[in-house]
Design a protein around this ligand. Structure first.
Ligand code: NDP
Length: 331
């Protein structure tokens, strides 16, 4: 068995960005169902912050990162959809994409179309598949149709800018929120029909104004604690609250009884990996993402690049809300 080495980022305990340490790891041959992939670029995601801080606890020591693109170097027994030399990209547990080389389950790894660069593939898989399942699979009663209003928080972020463009392609009237005037301008330039600077404006009042008091069919909320209460009040009767993140902290416990008087609302807490539970669903979702990116309907904005060894700064900037669009770690 041949042994390879790789630089990787590891934490020995949960905590701040200073816990992110550059280490040297050894990488062996893939077992059954696994592949060995040599990364060309790695994607940064807010979930990496939750893993680092311990909001989503992990056994220690732990590797971080859920997204990357590269070339398949070795294929384990039983893997049929990938071959040595294939260009590939993934969004996948277990965490550990912050490295040059790794062995991982092949199930969530997809062949990357030639027209899509490694950097774009690394930046878009987790965020783009999230936008896909939110807009196409996380639907209110009766579905979503062209002309429907939806509210999307953090619209200038990684998932947000992809969702703005994809919603426009679907004919949805997306109202985006973002934390500065510049971020609002970015959301508007990428397909949001309205943008609300929720650092300065009351987003509930603005949503009521924009929708002539009717409210929106779905709120897509990854901000969590800070936006939860008002988001519920932005919904039309029978509307759907799709909670999918905690950038400002977890949503506090609530009594289901409050949903009745607000208009018999639906509430769901979604995670990408439920939707990617089979190889077939993963590939179907990825094919849709590849199609909208290849056609130009959705452009992947890589607004920040950091070297792997500068990952502490990348985490600081992401948490400080200094980033827009996608962030890539270069190798
Ligand atoms: P983003 O690029 O969107 O960065 C997070 C953004 O959240 C910030 O830029 C900021 O935008 C906003 N935000 C609001 N309040 C805070 C706060 N207190 N601290 C920090 N940021 C805040 O990240 P990603 O695109 O990687 O992910 C977006 C969200 O989606 C995350 O919450 C992530 O966990 C979630 N997610 C969930 C998935 C799932 O399946 N459940 C899958 C993928 C992502 P602004 O300044 O404009 O407010």
């Amino acid at each position: 068995m041949s042994i390879h080495t790789s630089r990787a980022i590891q934490i020995d305990q949960h905590g701040g960005p200073e816990q992110l340490k550059l280490v040297q790891i050894t990488v062996g041959e893939p077992g059954p169902g696994d592949v060995r992939i040599r990364h060309h670029a790695v994607g940064l995601n807010f979930i990496d912050v939750y893993h680092r801080t311990g909001l989503y606890p992990m056994p220690m020591p732990a590797r971080l990162g859920m997204e990357a693109a590269g070339v398949i170097e070795a294929v384990g027994e039983g893997v049929t959809h990938l071959q040595v030399g294939d260009r590939a990209a993934y969004a996948s547990p277990p965490p550990g994409s912050y490295c040059e080389l790794r062995v991982m389950p092949a199930k969530c790894v997809c062949k990357l179309p030639d027209a899509i660069s490694f950097e774009t593939g690394a930046a878009m898989m987790l965020k783009g598949l999230t936008a896909q399942y939110l807009l196409k699979r996380t639907l209110p009663m009766g579905g979503l149709h062209a002309g429907d209003f939806v509210l999307f928080h953090a619209a200038a972020g990684g998932v947000g800018l992809i969702a703005c463009q994809w919603a426009r392609a679907l004919g949805l009237r997306l109202i985006g929120t973002a934390g500065s005037a510049q971020k609002c301008a970015l959301a508007l330039a990428n397909g949001a029909e309205f943008a609300i600077n929720y650092a300065e404006e009351d987003f509930l009042a603005r949503v009521k104004e924009i929708t002539a008091g009717q409210g929106v069919k779905v709120v897509y909320d990854s901000v969590g604690k800070d936006t939860w209460d008002k988001s519920l009040d932005c919904l039309a009767p029978l509307g759907l609250m799709a909670s999918f993140g905690n950038a400002s902290g977890p949503v506090p416990p609530f009594a289901p009884g409050i949903l009745g008087p607000k208009g018999s609302l639906y509430v769901t807490r979604q995670t990408l990996f439920t939707h990617m539970s089979t190889r077939e669903s993963t590939q179907a979702m990825a094919d849709e993402l590849f199609a909208v990116v290849s056609s130009g309907q959705v452009q992947i904005h890589i607004a920040q690049r950091y070297r792997l060894e500068d990952v502490q700064q990348a985490h600081r900037d992401l948490e400080a809300r200094k980033t827009t669009g996608c962030t890539v770690l270069t190798l």
